[in-house]
Write a protein that binds this ligand. Structure first.
Ligand SMILES: NC(=O)C1=CN([C@@H]2O[C@H](COP(=O)(O)OP(=O)(O)OC[C@H]3O[C@@H](n4cnc5c(N)ncnc54)[C@H](OP(=O)(O)O)[C@@H]3O)[C@@H](O)[C@H]2O)C=CC1
Ligand SMILES: O=C(O)[C@H](O)CS(=O)(=O)O
Length: 478
C-alpha cells in the first residue's frame, strides 16, 4: 500500500465514522496483482445501520437552506481539486487506468459537484393558469428522501459524484455501495465531504463483497425511496425487479453496444482521432465506447489502414507510467470475455489487422479486426475491451439498420461532412446520445443516459435533479 497517500482507507464510512468490518476483502491493483489494502466486508447489521442513520439525517438535511447545501458542495469540489493527485493515484491503483486518464476523471467527476452546486438553486416548479377563477394551481419540487446508489468499477470517482452530487443538492441523504474492485476512491471523497462540512449520516459509503445481498437489502428497504444504479444490464434488471417490491423511484445507466459509423464523405483522419478517443479510454472499458465500427465500403480499406496505424502506436502497461495509453483489464473475467469474443470472431471469418493477443497478466494488445461477421458474439454483446471491430456497409440505410440492430441504445457516433446526412442519421439512430464528428461526448452539463436496455433516466445536466426530486401539485381553493 502507498503509505504516503493518507486518503487510502480500508474502512467503510457510516455516520461520519470509519467502520471496520469483522472481515475484510482485498482491493487488487490490476496492473500488478498486488493487494492495495484490505477493505471492510460489512454484514447485514452494518448495512441496515447505514439505512437508519440516513433516515435520521434526512429529517434535518431536507430542511437545510439551498445556500447551505450549495456551499457544502462547493467546499467539497474545492477539496477534491486540492487533492487531485492523491485521488488520481487511488483511481489508477484500484482500476488500472493510466494516471493521465485518472487525472482527467478527477476533473470530470468533480465537475458534477460544481454543476449541481448551482443546479441546487434551479429545482423550479410551475404556476399554471387555472381553468377557473376559484383555484390557483402551482407545482413544487421536493427531495425524494433516502436514496441508494450502486456504482461500477470503471469510473471510481465520476460514477459516484454523478449520483451523490444531485442527491445532496436536492436535499436527499444517500447510501453508496461502490464496486468491490474500486471502493477506495469513494471512501476517500466521502471523508473530504465531511471535511467540507457535510453533516454526519447524509452521505454513507458501505463496502462488501456480497453485492447481491447488499443490493437486495437496499432495493427492498421501505426506507430507501430512490435507487440509482450504473452497471450491467443484467444486474439492472435484477435491481428493477427487487425495487418493484416498494415502488421505488429508479434510474439506471446500463450496458451499451455503441455503433461508430464512418460514411464515404467523412474526414478519415478526424474519424480515426475520434475513434481512438472513444474506443481506448479506460482500455475500452466504458459503456459509451464504440463496440462496432461500421465503415462504408468505398472507404473501408483507407479507414482500416489508418486506424491500424494509430492503434499500433498505443503503449500498453502500468498506468503509473506516464507514457502508457492502455492499461490492464479489470480482472480475469474481463480478460476472458475479450479473449472469447476475439476467438469467436476469428473462427467466424474476421481478419486480424493488428493485436489479437494476450500479453501478460491482465494486459491485452490493442486490436483491430476487419470484416467481422454480423453473427459474431461481439456484434451483439458488449466486449468491454481494447478491440476495434470493423464491419462493412453499402448504403446509408444499411448502416443505420446495422447500427440499430441491438438491444442497447446508450451512445452512437458517426462521421460525415454532409449536413443533410448528419440530420438524417442523427434522427434515425436509436440511442440516448449521439456524437456527430465527435468521439468524446461525456460532460456534466449534458443529459447522459440511454434507451431500450441501456437504461432509464438521465444523469448530469438540468435533468439530473429530476431523478432525486418529486413533483408536487398544489391546488389552492380561493
Ligand atoms: N451505462 C453506464 O453508464 C455504464 C454501464 N456499465 C456497464 O456495466 C458493466 C461493467 O461494469 P460492472 O461493474 O462489471 O457491472 P456490474 O453490473 O457487474 O457491477 C456494477 C455494480 O453492481 C454491483 N452488483 C453486482 N451484482 C449485483 C447484484 N446482483 N445486486 C446488486 N448489485 C450488484 C457491483 O458490485 P461488485 O462489483 O462488488 O460485485 C458493482 O458495484 C458493463 O456492461 C458496462 O457497460 C458500466 C459503467 C457505466
Ligand atoms: O461508466 C462509464 O462507462 C461512464 O458512464 C462513461 S463516461 O460517463 O465516463 O463517458
Amino acid at each position: 500500500m502507498n503509505t504516503r497517500n493518507t486518503l487510502i482507507k480500508g474502512t467503510a464510512f457510516i455516520n461520519g465514522k470509519e467502520i471496520k468490518g469483522r472481515k475484510t476483502f482485498d482491493v487488487i491493483n490490476p496492473a500488478t496483482g498486488e493487494a492495495v489494502i484490505g477493505v471492510a466486508d460489512l454484514n447485514r447489521t452494518a448495512i441496515e445501520k447505514a439505512i437508519t442513520v440516513s433516515e435520521a439525517a434526512w429529517e434535518s438535511w431536507k430542511l437545510t437552506e439551498v445556500a447551505q447545501r450549495s456551499n457544502i458542495l462547493k467546499n467539497w469540489y474545492n477539496l477534491i481539486v486540492k487533492h487531485k493527485h492523491e485521488i488520481a493515484e487511488i483511481i489508477t491503483l484500484e482500476s488500472g487506468k493510466p494516471l493521465e486518464e485518472s487525472k482527467i476523471e478527477v476533473d470530470y467527476g468533480s465537475s458534477f459537484i460544481s454543476w449541481f452546486a448551482e443546479e441546487a438553486y434551479r429545482t423550479y416548479g410551475d404556476q399554471i393558469p387555472s381553468p377557473n377563477r376559484g383555484k390557483q394551481i402551482i407545482t413544487i419540487r421536493q427531495p425524494v428522501g433516502v436514496a441508494a446508489a450502486i456504482t461500477p468499477w470503471n469510473f471510481p470517482l465520476a460514477m459516484v459524484t454523478r449520483k451523490i452530487a444531485p442527491a445532496l443538492a436536492a436535499g436527499c441523504t444517500i447510501i453508496l455501495k461502490p464496486a468491490s474492485q474500486t471502493p477506495l476512491t469513494a471512501i476517500a471523497v466521502a471523508h473530504l465531504a465531511k471535511e467540507a462540512g457535510l453533516p454526519n449520516g447524509v452521505f454513507n459509503v458501505i463496502t462488501g463483497k456480497d453485492s447481491a445481498e447488499i443490493g437486495k437489502i437496499l432495493s427492498t428497504s421501505p426506507i430507501v425511496r430512490k435507487l440509482s444504479f450504473t452497471g450491467s444490464t443484467g444486474v439492472g434488471k435484477t435491481l428493477m425487479e427487487q425495487a418493484a417490491s416498494t415502488i421505488k423511484k429508479v434510474s439506471f445507466e446500463l450496458g451499451g453496444n455503441a455503433p461508430f459509423l464512418v460514411f464515404d464523405d467523412a474526414d478519415i483522419e478526424a474519424a480515426v482521432r475520434g475513434a481512438i478517443a472513444a474506443k481506448f479510454r479506460n482500455a475500452g472499458q466504458t459503456c459509451v465506447a464504440p463496440n462496432r465500427f461500421l465503415v462504408q465500403d468505398a472507404i473501408f480499406d483507407r479507414f482500416a489502414e489508418a486506424i491500424t496505424q494509430a492503434v499500433q502506436k498505443l503503449k500498453v502497461g502500468n498506468g503509473l507510467d506516464k507514457h502508457v495509453k492502455v492499461g490492464p483489464l479489470i480482472n480475469q473475467n474481463g480478460l476472458k470475455k475479450v479473449q472469447h469474443h476475439v476467438s469467436d470472431a476469428l473462427k467466424k471469418g474476421a481478419r486480424i489487422l493488428t493485436g489479437a493477443e494476450h500479453l501478460e497478466g491482465l494486459f491485452y494488445a490493442p486490436t483491430v479486426l476487419a470484416d467481422v461477421p454480423p453473427n459474431a458474439l461481439m456484434a451483439k454483446e458488449e466486449t468491454f475491451g481494447p478491440i476495434v471491430a470493423l464491419y462493412r456497409f453499402q448504403t446509408e440505410e444499411d448502416g443505420i439498420r446495422m447500427a440499430n440492430d441491438t438491444e442497447f441504445g446508450l451512445a452512437a457516433y458517426f462521421y460525415s461532412q454532409d449536413v443533410k446526412r448528419c440530420w438524417r442519421v442523427a434522427d434515425a439512430l436509436a440511442s440516448g446520445m449521439v456524437g456527430i464528428n465527435e468521439g468524446a461526448i461525456s460532460n456534466a452539463v449534458a443529459p447522459f443516459g440511454g434507451i431500450k436496455q441501456s437504461g432509464l433516466g438521465r444523469e448530469g445536466s438540468k435533468y439530473g435533479m429530476d431523478e432525486f426530486t418529486e413533483l408536487k401539485y398544489l391546488c389552492f381553493g380561493l
